[in-house]
Design a protein. Sequence first.
Length: 754
Amino acid sequence: MKKSLTISFLVSALSLAMIIMFATSAAAEVNTVKIDFQTKGSQTAEGYLPDRGDEYGDRGNGYTYGWTPGIVGAARDYSLIEPDLKLATLNQFGQGIIWEMAVPNGKYEVTVSIGDIRYPDQIKGKLVLLAEETVIFENKQVDGRWEHVKPNGQTYISKTVEVDVNDGKLTLDPKDTVTENIKINYIEIKSLDGPIPIDPVDPGNEEPLPDIDMIPVTIVVYGEEAESEVPQVRADGQVMVPVNIIAEELGADVVWNEEKNAVLINSMPGQAKLKQQSIQLIVNGLEINPEVRPFVLDGNMMLPIREISEAMGLDVTWDEATLTLHISLRPHTEPSMELYGWASVEAEGQGGTTGGGDAEAQTVTTLEELEQLAGDDVPRVIVISGTITSGVEPISIGSNKTIMGENKYSTIRGGITIDDSSNIIIRNLNFQGIWPIFGPADAIAVRNSHHLWFDHLNIWDASDGLLDLTHGSNYITVSWNKFFYTDPDNPHRMVSLNGGGAEHEDTDTGKNKVTYHHNWFANNVDQRMPRVLFGQAHAYNNYYTASDNNYAIGVGVFASMLVENNYFRDVRNPHQFMYPDRRPAYITATGNIYDNTSGNMDTGAVTPDGYDSVAPFTNPPYTYDLDDAEDIPFLVTRYAGLTVNEEKDITAPGAPVIIAPAESAVIRTRTPSISGTAEPSSIVTITLTGTSSGSKKNSTTLTATVDSNSSFSVESTRLNNGTYTVTATATDAAGNVSDASLSRSFRIKGQSDK
C-alpha cells in the first residue's frame, strides 16, 4: 500500500543554508554598539543586538558581554502592550549583579534606558546605577519615602554619560540597589576615541560525520519495500534515511525550518526551541534526541528512521541477517472517541457534557469573530481556522460550546478562560502559551465551572499552568491530550491544578471531581500532572515521560485519588502527598508500571492529628474502558494530541475468505482447523461462537497471520460438540480493519476424547 502526499520539505538540494560566510580579513569596526535587553524568545529591535540574560561570555555575534551571574529568568517581554521593541523588553538588576561588555580601553558615551510599562511607578527602595564610576541614575529619599528617578507620568527615562574604561570592560553596577528596582531596556555604547572592533566570528569545527556504513540496507514499511533514489545508510550503527522515505512511506508531513534549524515532522515551528547549533528533530510536536542526529550527506538530509517511527507510534524491528528494518503498526482497536469520566456524569442540572450539540458549525479566523461567538451562552459549534492570538487578556468562553480545530495546525496562542460556565467541549486544537511574552498566565484557566471536556489537545509553553481548574470547578474530563514545554529555562513548567490552594474550603469542598485519562505528560514538564486538592480525582492510562521533573501527581488537602494503570517512565516522585502535615488525603494506586522511576510512590491515607481520615476513592460513578498499563506507551504515543497521521492509507482490506470448514459442514474432530485466504501480511481474527445448547459456553477467539501467498490456517482449541458460527475479520499492517466479515456455521460431532 503506497502512501501519497505532498512533500513540503522545501530545501534547495537540502543545503539548509549550512554554508556560512565568515570574514577572513581584518576585523570590522563600528563606532556604536546597541544592545536590547530581552527574553529568550523576544523579537530584537532593529539595529540592536540581543541580550537574553545569559552569563558574561562570547555571544557569537562578534562581541563578548553579559551578566554576572546570568539572570535569564528576570527578563520580561511586554511587546503586546508596548509597540516600541527596544522599550517593550527589559531585564532587572539585583544586588551584587553586574553587566559587562568587553571593549578597548578609552572614552565612551553610554546611553541607558530604564522603565517598565506594566509597573511604571513601582519603586521598592534605593535605586542607583553606575557606568564604571559614573552615576547614570540615582533616586532620592523624601520624607522617608524613596522616589523614582523618572518624572511623574513618564514610563521610561534615558540618560547619557561619558565614562573612561581602563580594564577592557565597560561595567554597569547597581551597587546597593534594591533587587529588581532597575528595569533596563537598552544600552547604546559609542566610542569617543576610535572604532570598536568586531571580532570575526569563528565558525569552529563542523560536527564530524558519524561512521557511515554504505552496505545496502532494506527498509520494509507496512509490508512493502521502501523505494528511494538516495540510498539509506547506517551511521554509528543506526539506519539513516533520506527525507522522502519519511514523507512518502510513513505518510508524514516533513518541513525544514531555517529559523529554528529544525526538521519538523507533523509539527509546527512553535514546537521547536530557539535555534540550536545542532539540528533539532521535532516529531508530532515533541523534540526527540536520537542516538545519531540528522546530518547532510552528499547534499541530502539523512534522518534516523527508528526513532522517528517509534515517535509516530510504529513498531520497528531489525533483522541483522538480511540487513532489513521492518516498520509496522501493531494490530489494535482504535481508541473510542466517546466521553468517559466525571464529565459524563449527570449532576448540577446537566445531563453529561454535550457542548454545542448539533448546532451548525461556524468557522472563525480572527480574534474578534471568536470572542463574539464564544462569549455568550448560546449553543454553538465553533471551528478554529489558522492561528488566533488572544492578546494580553485571555479569550472568554461561555456555556454550551464545542470548540475544535479545522486541521492539525489550528491554534489558539495565548490563553482562554472559562468562568462560571458549563457544558463545554474543547477538542482537536493546539494551545500555545505566550511565554515569555506578558499575557495570559495559563493556556486554559477554569474557575467555578462544571461539565467540561478537554480532548485531543496539544498544550504547551504557558507562563504558569497549561490547564488550571480552580475555584470549585467540577465534573471535568481531560483525555488524550499532550502536555509539554519546549524550553527548560521557563521557570514555571506546570500542567494542571485541580484546586487552587489549601485554604479554599469555601469554594472547593465537595467539588474538584476530575478524570485524567490517556494524556501524555511529556518534555520538560516539572510538576502538577495533576495536583489535586479537595476533590475525588481519577488518573488512568496516562503516560509520564517528563524526566528531571519535581513530581508527577500530587494529592492533598482532603483529596482522594485513584491512580490506575498508568505508565511512569524516567520520572521522579510518580505520586506523592502534598502538605501531609497539614491536611488529610488518600491515594489508591493500582496496576501502574514504574519504569526507571525514583522517589515517592505514596499510597493509603495520611491523617494529621486532629483530623478524620479521608475515604478512599475506588469506585468511580461512571463506566470506562481500562487499557493494560503495558499498552499505554504505544496507545498514547500514537493517539494523544491532535490527529497528525491524516495522510495514512485508510483503505480497509477485503474480508477474509474461509475455505474450510465448508458451510454446514459436520466436523469429526473437536479441534477443527480453520483455513482460508486474506490480504498478505494481515492478521485474521476468527471468532467461534457456540449456538447450540452443548456449545453456548464454549466460544473462542483465534488469530492467524496471512502468509505471502494470501493463505492462513489455524487449529482451534478443544470445543464441545454442537453447532458454531465462525466470523472472521482482517487487520492489515497499517492497522486498518476489514469493513466486512464472513460468517458461516458448522457442526462438531467429534469423539469424546478428541
